[in-house]
Design a binder for this molecule. Structure first.
Ligand SMILES: Cc1cc2nc3c(=O)[nH]c(=O)nc-3n(C[C@H](O)[C@H](O)[C@H](O)COP(=O)(O)OP(=O)(O)OC[C@H]3O[C@@H](n4cnc5c(N)ncnc54)[C@H](O)[C@@H]3O)c2cc1C
Length: 289
């Protein structure tokens, strides 16, 4: 289907972009890579009067290390930019591993991290990674800049706390300790498709080989990416063992609330969470440094 009739502007600054959004009074949509927005328009799932193209706004494509060692990723950084970044590969290996699974090359060549977060697909890898890592999201609006925790940013399927006149400008992933143990596991019918379920796991080890700062997050098998706090508590302070990992995986499967749709039943997705988490925990704990 063709796009509906609409106006198009290409502002040259963030201030100009926000002014355009405000002037449209909630009837404008930001355009970043267009990979989710264009199909949405074509299927008439959104009907904005104006597209505000972020392509002309400078300063949104940085990938750099911040003052506290965090990884700072500008909102218009594309999947291929992350994939090619030596800094991401060395400073944040979980990001590099997870984002290999995002979509197919033509989409990876245009899709951006800001668009993915704002689109808030429950099965998307990047929002899940941001939640798993406790990322902070820079959001600019008429009242200035605010920082929002990823877990507070996502409300549900295709729903976030962003106001109509706010723009994501960057994402901060906290510093990643070199010795951290981590794993990402997902299942999709074909590589590059959205995951039916996926899990993020990472933790550190204390001098007594006990797991500390355990993070477990799930995508696809819930209405939004989220951390499994009960599972994290089960693992915190414990030594790795197959029995513990099986118990944690069973707990995770009981805790998620998966959708029942044409791609997979809720029961199937629950089973996936159990299998993927057991695998991820074993993989993380076996990771050598
Ligand atoms: C066939 C197909 C397969 C895909 N598979 C996967 C997959 O496996 N995993 C995955 O994670 N994704 C997948 N995607 C989605 C893809 O990664 C998209 O690129 C991404 O979700 C949106 O990024 P975008 O830059 O294209 O955003 P756009 O399509 O331009 O925008 C998406 C939404 O975000 C808003 N927006 C954009 N930028 C900002 C900003 N800076 N601030 C505030 N709001 C903003 C827009 O107004 C719009 O509502 C797939 C897409 C397709 C078409």
């Amino acid at each position: 289907m063709k796009l509906p009739a609409l106006d198009y502007v290409r502002p040259q600054s963030l201030a100009e972009a926000i002014a355009c959004l405000r002037a449209a009074g909630g009837t404008a949509k930001l355009l970043s890579g267009g990979q989710s927005l264009m199909p949405t328009l074509a299927f008439r799932l959104a009907n904005p009067s104006l597209l505000v193209d972020l392509g002309g706004v400078p300063g949104l494509d940085r990938i750099e290390q911040g003052p506290t060692g965090e990884l700072v990723v500008g909102a218009r950084v594309r999947w291929v930019d992350l994939e090619r970044s030596a800094l991401v590969a060395s400073a944040h290996p979980l990001t590099a591993a997870a984002l290999e699974h995002v979509a197919h090359y033509p989409i990876r060549n245009r899709g951006t991290v800001g668009g993915s977060l704002a689109h808030a697909d429950p099965a998307a890898e990047w929002p899940g990674l941001c939640v798993a890592c406790d990322a902070l999201i820079d959001v600019l609006g008429p009242d200035g800049l605010s920082q929002i925790r990823a877990a507070d940013f996502l409300l549900g399927p295709l729903s976030t706390v962003l106001a109509d006149d706010q723009i994501i400008t960057a994402i901060h992933l906290p510093q990643w300790p070199v010795a951290r143990r981590w794993a990402f596991q997902e299942f999709a019918r074909r590589r590059g498709d959205f995951a039916l379920a996926g899990v993020y796991v990472f933790h550190d080890l204390d001098a007594d080989a006990r797991m500390t700062d355990v993070h477990v997050a799930v995508i696809g098998a819930c209405h939004r990416a989220h951390r499994l706090c009960d599972v994290e508590q089960m693992l915190e302070g414990e030594r790795a063992s197959t029995a513990l990992f099986d118990a944690a995986a069973t707990q995770a499967a009981a805790q998620v609330d998966p959708p029942n749709d044409i791609h997979g039943s809720a029961a199937y997705r629950r089973g996936l969470v159990r299998t993927l988490l057991a695998r991820a925990l074993a993989q993380a704990s076996a990771r050598a440094h």
